[in-house]
Write a protein that binds this ligand. Sequence first.
Ligand SMILES: Nc1ncnc2c1ncn2[C@@H]1O[C@H](COP(=O)(O)OP(=O)(O)OP(=O)(O)O)[C@@H](O)[C@H]1O
Length: 239
Amino acid sequence: MLLEVAGLSRSFGRLRVIEDLSLSVQPGEVLGIIGPNGAGKSTLFNLIAGVLPPTAGTIRLSGRDITGLPPWDRCRLGIGRTYQVPRPFAHMSVFENVLVAAVHGSRASLRQGRRRAEAVLALAGLAAQQARTAGALTLLDLKRLELCKALAVAPKLLLLDEIAGGLTEPECATLIGIVRRAQTPDMAVVWIEHVVQTLRRIATRLAVLHDGGVLAEGAPDAVLANSRVQDVYLGTEGR
Ligand SMILES: Nc1ncnc2c1ncn2[C@@H]1O[C@H](COP(=O)(O)OP(=O)(O)OP(=O)(O)O)[C@@H](O)[C@H]1O
């Protein structure tokens, strides 16, 4: 198993956001995560990536307990992530942004980092923009850059937090294409997204987060047809 989350809990004061949550991810999977606003999706990513410590529970990556490790160590062990709001080094070039991620996120040498940065920029269709200042990019290119930074660490586990938010349908298709091209059989993707249709096109499995735990998980169509899921999520959210 690539990722094993067991009995994970996280509270903020008296607010229990994640409660006794267990989840596993195998290499090669694309696990889509949906759930109402405030269900704890981003908190779950922050726990997996090590930005937040859990109140209880364990997180294992390739069998190794990483629960106590800081985010930079988890990154170097193969967890790459994107953030909901991209915050590149706005005054640096696109290439430099990806290079920083490649070198500092994966212990690559400068030379290896350059090669890696070139490869992911080409894969994401961003090579022609690589000399531009990151702050001058369009929203789609900013999302591409966010993906490139996560891919530059050569992740075994790629965590995508609402990367398609604010994009048009064809732009979402572009991002899906990049993720498909980037995927290898020994890598897994966990993708949080509000736009269910985007996930439906790429997810091999879907999990619905609700009340701090996993309400339903399984084949995307079966999960979306589940009446409890429709009640608590699709029904209330009108999506
Ligand atoms: N650092 C924090 N301190 C206090 N409360 C927090 C903190 N981070 C998140 N929360 C609360 O935890 C709950 C879950 O937040 P989270 O961002 O994980 O939800 P989400 O499912 O990602 O939501 P959205 O779909 O709106 O992005 C929310 O009620 C939020 O206000």
